[in-house]
Ligand binder design. Structure first.
Ligand code: ZN
Length: 200
């Protein structure tokens, strides 16, 4: 793989730490509908592609359920690990699609084999970046921060290079944080978590 951190379990542990922080915040706020207590009700997950770098924490998407009878609503906090229902982690979705432009056909084939990816999967991710993401409220709220404007046909690479991280690993974390509100439809709080490169 092109980037060492890609296979580094510490990178994934750091992302879990961020998810845990966001989950703690969501849980402390309680149910958004009735104010009830939130109980842990995580979803089982089996992320594909880089199993060897992931610990048990990656078998669960952190989520909560309201404990109040008659409410019982879900509250799934945002995540920097799981990008909605995609079976590949958000970091992979970013790196594979960003990397794609600069890779030779041979290298692309290797990557596809190494990560057990279908070419259709990459095509679907590409569409997500070009169509779904640009139309999201999340991007509508952010795009004005970039001057000159970012060409959406060059996402995610064009955005990745504009984020002010100290290296690629840091910038991937910043992009995952930017995407985090898009990873859930049952949470509407205010994202306070900070990416700290010292802890990565
Ligand atoms: Zn409730």
């Amino acid at each position: 793989m092109c980037h060492a951190f890609f296979n580094d379990s510490r990178f994934y542990q750091y992302l879990f730490h961020i998810d845990q922080e966001m989950a703690n915040e969501a849980q402390s706020e309680g149910c958004a509908h009735c104010g009830g207590r939130l109980h842990v009700a995580s979803y089982p997950r089996k992320p594909r592609g880089i199993r060897c770098a992931l610990d048990d924490s990656y078998e669960r998407r952190l989520s909560f359920c309201c404990a109040t009878d008659g409410c019982r609503r879900r509250c799934t906090p945002p995540s920097v690990r799981f990008l909605g229902r995609k079976v590949y982690l958000g970091a992979l979705v970013i790196l594979v699609t960003a990397m794609e432009h600069g890779l030779s056909t041979k290298r692309q084939k290797q990557l596809i084999e190494q990560l057990d990816l279908y070419p259709q999967t990459i095509a679907r991710w590409r569409r997500w970046w070009r169509k779904i993401f640009p139309a999201s409220r999340c991007w509508q709220a952010h795009r004005g921060h970039y001057i000159p404007p970012i060409d959406v046909s060059q996402l995610p690479g064009a955005l990745l290079v504009r984020l002010s991280g100290k290296d690629l690993q840091h910038r991937v974390c910043l992009l995952l944080r930017l995407l985090a509100p898009l990873t859930t439809t049952s949470w509407s709080g205010c994202l306070r978590v900070v990416i700290n490169p010292q802890k990565m």
